[in-house]
Design a protein. Structure first.
Lengths: 486, 475
């Protein structure tokens, strides 16, 4: 087996047994990036020197017998997670040359675990988009079909994992931004419970919805990565001081005690591709065959989720992105001498059209006289959606649904049609509104060979249940051996 | 037609915490620009605020001191606007759900007690400072002050005169200083005030259109600006015009307010709950802990001075007007336990001296121990009242104890009759005319004889003894 094709679990074992070194593994990943990223476009920054130095240090740790599961494992990081001394752009021209003087908490934790950070991955600018076409710098292509989108906003993360350009990656998920690209690229991605992983150092899009999570080649790999980054952080007031189980110690027993809910409202969802519907139905059968009992549940306010989300997220974004004003760091239009003109010109040139669209939307929704009708109403819907899940979880342990209504669509298809792009978030963004965890695991392929993902959502802080179901399903579905041809 | 002013005040008090409200940077004043900063208060991408609990402690104390209800749950909100001294593009403040509501403050104006309602108290962060280059069209940004904790105290429109506004502010400041939670220094900007003011015809209950006046940076200017604004609005109304709702800027050098922006230009701050901070939950235990730490407040001290020391309400109010003065008074009493005498000396000689020299009580040249020492000497008849004034002046000059000054200058009072007798005899012998007139009935001349004896003894003779001897010898 080629080194870059290893899973984290496999590589970790080989490293510990001294069968390979992290320097060899990291070199292999850098070579792989060299070989294929010209076609995929996943990385915005590759830190070859830094990665090799970290690999050497990891080998020392391995030699000292002081290794954690991630020691020596090359990972990629979505480019809105701050890395000290390493350019962090959020795929935006406005932060094109921003070098953070601090690490995000998740990065400190990965570094403490001895992980090797290979580089920074492309995304939709400030995580706003579902295609990674809305990057200020480059388009990322789906490794399964280079004319298709990889999904987004963590499209670079999903594509890099799918194309073996890292062993695992971190993404962020505000309305599906980990799960949807994982689904489109045929990898596993989990959005943890809101508050499970520290947001300190995650450049904010919508603070009440954002959550960092891992993308990996297998369920087990995602569990290993989540083990390393989860847990309370005093620097993030919204991170929760809940005990964190060891997710990688996933129960390997069957699902005989598990009740899975299928939301009635999702089968009639707008624009659901029949091939996606069929793949999810087959997955439900597989999960039943593993011993789980499947029941129908109802999430009656599903129809309002997209509307509520596209008020709340842009509202928060309009405020979160106010700091990019050209005064302190990042891009500034230096030709302007008047303050107001400097603000206008800097932000007009620095932000792309999708970001500007959302800032305008959010600014409008928070304006005096509109606040109650928009932000206030959306917050009420959010509560109703939370209640929907709470009611549903009274009768089931997990809820199963598609991740995206369709397989990855052609690049450029929704560029002039943001509404269709927004509607494609229908299955994922409810989990963000409710703050519950959700995982995307591959469940099949379309006729033209594009991956299809299955979403499993669970109760607050019950990621273990998601890992258990996903792991059993993954084993039964035997899809992980299939690789994109690059 | 006469008008009644309707005034409400918004006060911002900088809290004396060691660190900032949402990061651990120092709040110390006067450091080189941008040295008390970190990624959090610089508003860098991805950083998050963490609330300094001390700020909550202090605000709870202020809420208790002003009879407010501490809310079991309050929220921080973002106030969005662009300005270079505001690195995040929003200020973290409180809006719909402030930490404390519905209190009051009692003040005395012209011997009448007035109750001023407190609408709300909330916490927020301060902004930075712009330093404009005098020679070039550029400005520099100093973010040391960014994130310094502020407490905003909003009054009801219950104030009816500039004097009452001044008294309210002085009282508020006194409480802040008694609680030791703010310097309350208006000139240095740790205590800032904006005023909302309108006028209505006497007897009316319908408020007029109000103007908000900003840049009131001393107690004197608050009253001056309010007087100006009352006159301005009155003139408009008497001319048949209408007051415009607007924000006006007080120009201290010109003694006038000028329009800053109208209602239509008012900012839309797009407040919304800050998703980075959880709702602030304050349980009874927290409030009780703060209540247990409350010091004696000015109103309580005033009552105690009246009840225990028999001071008049006016004297008790003056002495408790500032914590420092009140502490000075009590430090004197610890040495010399005659409250009325101490009070008279403090309010007369000491405050007179401080006034002349333009210094605050904190920098008094006469320590409470020295003043009490002087009063002890006076009480024990070691020195006369007249000599005491001289010694007080010498203490003010040198800062040395009364006893040392009295000894060095030989100012000890002479009460010994054998020493005074010959001097009295000499005075009587040297003034035959006056003696004759005195004995003829002009008893007022006693003063003349006493004066002569005091002159001969350079003030050191005990006047009581001199009087007795003179009365005896003159018959
Ligand atoms: Zn700071």
């Amino acid at each position: 087996m080629k080194l870059h094709e290893l899973t984290i679990a496999q590589a970790s074992g080989l490293l510990k047994n001294k069968e390979i070194t992290s320097v060899e593994l990291t070199r292999a990943i850098l070579d792989r990036i060299e070989a294929v990223d010209g076609r995929v476009g996943a990385y915005l920054t590759v830190d070859a020197d830094g990665a090799m130095a970290q690999a050497k240090a990891a080998d020392q740790r391995l030699a000292d017998g002081d290794a954690a599961p991630l020691t020596g494992i090359p990972l990629g990081i979505k480019d809105l997670i701050c890395t000290q001394g390493l350019r962090t752009t959020c795929a935006s021209k406005i932060l094109e040359n921003f070098i953070p003087p601090y690490d995000a908490t998740v990065i400190s934790r990965l570094k403490n675990a001895g992980a090797v950070i290979v580089g920074k991955l492309n995304m939709d600018e400030f995580a706003m988009g579902s295609t990674t076409e809305h990057s200020g710098f480059q388009v990322t292509r789906n490794p399964w079909n280079l004319d298709r989108i990889p999904g987004g906003s963590s499209g670079g993360s999903a594509a890099a994992v799918a194309a073996d350009m890292c062993l695992g990656a971190l993404g962020s998920d505000t309305g599906g931004s980990i799960r949807q690209p994982a689904s489109h690229c045929g990898v596993v991605g989990i959005k943890p419970t809101y508050g499970r992983v520290s947001r300190f150092g995650l450049v904010a899009f919508a603070s009440s919805l954002d959550q960092i999570g891992p993308l990996g080649k297998t369920v087990a790999d995602c569990a290993i990565m989540l083990d390393a980054i989860a847990g309370h952080d005093p620097r993030d007031s919204t991170s929760v001081p809940e005990p964190v189980p060891t997710f990688s110690a996933i129960a390997e027993n069957g699902l005989s005690d598990v009740v899975v809910g299928i939301p009635r409202e999702y089968s009639s969802a707008h624009g659901l591709d029949p091939q996606v519907g069929a793949a999810v139905e087959r997955a439900v059968k597989t999960i039943e065959s593993l011993g789980a009992r499947c029941i129908e549940v109802s999430l009656p306010h599903t129809d309002y989720a997209v509307a509520a989300y596209y008020v709340i997220a842009p509202s928060e974004a309009s405020s979160n992105l106010a700091r990019y004003d050209g005064v302190k760091y990042g891009f500034r239009d230096r030709t302007q001498t008047d303050l107001l003109q400097m603000y206008r010109s800097t932000r007009t040139q620095g932000f792309g059209p999708e970001v500007q669209r959302r800032i305008i939307l959010g600014t409008y929704a928070l304006s005096a006289g509109y606040y109650d009708a928009y932000y206030g109403k959306a917050s009420q819907i959010r509560t109703l959606i939370k209640n929907d899940f709470q009611t549903a979880f009274a009768s089931c342990d997990a809820i199963i649904s598609p991740v995206a209504p369709t397989p990855a669509y052609p690049i450029g298809e929704t560029l002039d049609d943001p509404l269709t792009m927004y509607l494609s978030d229908i299955f994922t963004l409810s989990a963000n509104l409710a703050g519950i965890p959700g995982i995307s695991v591959p469940c099949g392929f379309s006729d033209d060979g594009l991956p299809i993902g299955l979403q499993i959502m669970g109760r607050h802080f019950n990621e273990s249940m998601l890992f258990q179901i996903a792991r059993q399903f993954e084993r039964a579905a035997t899809l992980t051996d299939k690789k994109p041809l690059l | 037609m006469e008008f009644t002013p309707v005034i409400g005040l918004e006060v911002h008090a900088q809290l004396k915490t060691r660190t900032k409200i949402f990061c651990s940077c120092s709040t110390a004043f006067g450091a080189p620009p941008n040295t008390h900063t970190c990624p959090v208060c610089l508003g860098m991408p991805g950083v998050l605020p963490v609330l300094n609990k001390k700020v909550v402690d202090y605000t709870i104390k202020m809420a208790l001191a002003t009879h407010c209800t501490v809310q079991p749950e309050s929220r921080f909100a973002r106030k969005n606007y662009f300005y270079p001294d505001l690195p995040k593009g929003y200020q973290i403040s409180q809006y719909e759900l402030p930490i404390a509501t519905g209190g009051y403050l009692d003040i005395d104006v012209d011997g009448r007690s007035l109750r001023i309602g407190i609408t709300r108290i909330h916490m927020e962060e301060d902004a930075g400072k712009l330093i404009h280059d005098p020679d070039r069209p550029i400005s520099r940004v100093d973010l040391n002050r960014t994130g310094t904790p502020l407490m905003e105290i909003v009054s009801e429109p219950d104030i009816r005169s500039p004097e009452a506004a001044g008294e309210y502010l002085r009282r508020l400041r006194a409480i802040l200083r008694y609680l030791d939670i703010s310097d309350g220094n208006m000139e240095e900007g740790s205590f800032r005030c904006d005023a909302n003011i309108s006028i209505m015809p006497d007897g009316s209950t319908v408020f007029g259109t109000r103007a908000e006046v900003k840049n009131l940076n001393s107690f004197k200017h608050v009253e001056k600006a309010l007087y100006y604004e009352i006159a301005r609005q009155k003139e408009i109304l008497l001319d048949g015009g209408q007051v415009v709702q607007e924000t006006r800027l007080w120009q201290p050098d010109k003694g006038q307010t000028v329009s800053m922006r109208g209602k239509e230009d008012a900012h839309d701050y797009r407040y919304f709950p800050d998703p980075d901070l959880l709702p602030l939950v304050i349980d009874d235990g927290w409030v009780d802990r703060m209540r247990a730490q409350m010091p004696e407040l000015p109103a309580q001290r005033q009552a105690r001075y009246m009840a225990d020391y028999g001071l008049s309400p006016a004297d008790a109010r003056v002495l408790t007007g500032s914590r420092e003065l009140s502490d000075y008074f009590e430090a004197c009493l610890a040495v010399f336990d005659q409250p009325k005498t101490v009070a008279n000396w403090i309010m007369g000689d000491l405050l007179g001296l401080l006034n002349t020299r333009g210094v605050e009580i904190e920098n008094t040249p006469v320590s409470p121990e020295n003043l009490a020492g002087l009063l002890e000497l006076l009480d024990a008849d070691v020195i006369s009242g007249k000599i005491a004034k001289t010694v007080f002046e010498a203490m003010a000059e040198t800062g040395r104890p009364a006893k040392t000054i009295v000894e060095e200058k030989g100012l000890v009072q002479v009460s010994d009759t054998s020493a005074i007798d010959p001097i009295v005899d000499a005075v009587i012998a040297g003034s035959p005319d006056e003696v004759e007139r005195y004995r003829g009935g002009q008893k007022k001349l006693m003063g003349f004889f006493v004066g002569q004896v005091m002159k001969q003894t350079r003030g050191k003779a005990n006047p009581k003894v001199v009087n007795e001897i003179l009365a005896k010898k003159l018959g």
